[in-house]
Write a protein that binds this ligand. Sequence first.
Ligand SMILES: [Zn+2]
Length: 445
Amino acid sequence: MTDPLKIDTLVEARWIIPVEPAGKVLENHALAIDQGVIQAVVPSDEAQARFDPRERIVLDHHALIPGLINLHTHAAMTLMRGLADDLPLMEWLNNHIWPAETRHVDAGFVFDGTRLACAEMLRAGVTCFNDMYFFPEAAVQAVLASGMRAAVGMIAIDFPTAYASDADDYLAKGLALRDDYNPHPLLSFCFAPHAPFTVSDRVFAKVLTYAEQLDLPIHIHLHETVDEVTSSLKTHGMRPIERMHKLGLLGPNLIAVHMIHVTADEIDLMAQLGCTVAHCPSSNLKLASGFAPAATMLGAGMNVGLGTDGAASNNTLRMFEEMRLAALLAKGQSGRADALPAWQALQMATLNGAKALGLDSVIGSLLPGKAADITAVDFSSLELAPCYDPISHLVYAAGREHVSHVWVNGKMLLNQCELTTLDKQEILRRAGFWREQMATTRLGQ
Ligand SMILES: [Zn+2]
């Protein structure tokens, strides 16, 4: 009989849903964590004999899942939550969001907004997010303060802001930031050219060159509205996807956000080329942009992840809601109740996001050797009773209010619903400060 192995943490749970293999549910299992890495996923009684943990946590009526991955957001825009609602995309952007950004967005805004987003996401079981916003160096400071994981967008856009003067300046600043933090255990970087209608061919070519040299993802809004497609036909004589294809951007590194107004041929082309789609159903519904044919894309073999988009257009960062909506919309669109089943919605919110970010060897499922990025969902609430199938509950019945614990890289960042790294009162105080600032824009003063 060998001595039990000393480890940092043993988490015993009623269920563990590793996501790999798909649909698997392990009952009364434990997850052994040491130095931030999952060492084993084994039956609880076996774990007690095999391991001598410094900390043992028993979650009798909980499910452990991989930390959720928000594949598209603008974290700092939490400070614009509810600033302007019930408007179509271009009117919302031109008359409300862009003027507010011009007046108020600086490094302090981005730090406070991103920190608020990190707090909200951790409480909702999100452990990693793919961000696109100005002043990413301030976003990085907020992410590091929270202890969560992020893919930081090196944004490029063809108009000046307080952050950068032109697209070359944006890219230079993004690349300098990456140089400061690469490699980092919690940070990765993506190129984030904003959208086909805000970025020129010259800048796309430059982004592509860098992305190929550095093997980094390219994160872009694509085919979000009918207007985007028709104006591209006018300006460029082709649809945005065709333009991206001609520029050489379609490939395994592309994370195309939204992808609502697409033809069957475009789906086949992008599937063949290995592109990822970040499906953001709440934002698409709220801005009346339409519905991405997610089940068709998945059926074509495309990698499809889920995102909340920014809290200015959602107006929350609830990945549980995105899973549920993705599953329901797919059924409504296709007329097939078996379209996009619960296990697949959970896979989209975890492993598919990790694949898109090039991080699937590190996160996205609960397998030995991967980082301990874990979310615990408490199933003891009456609205989750009874439970026949925990995966069904995760997608169709549970919400962020049932998230009890979150670990990132083995560190507990949410303990019994309480944030361990971030100060809730300070975050609320800063949100109140920005509300006062933003209210002046809202009143048109
Ligand atoms: Zn967006």
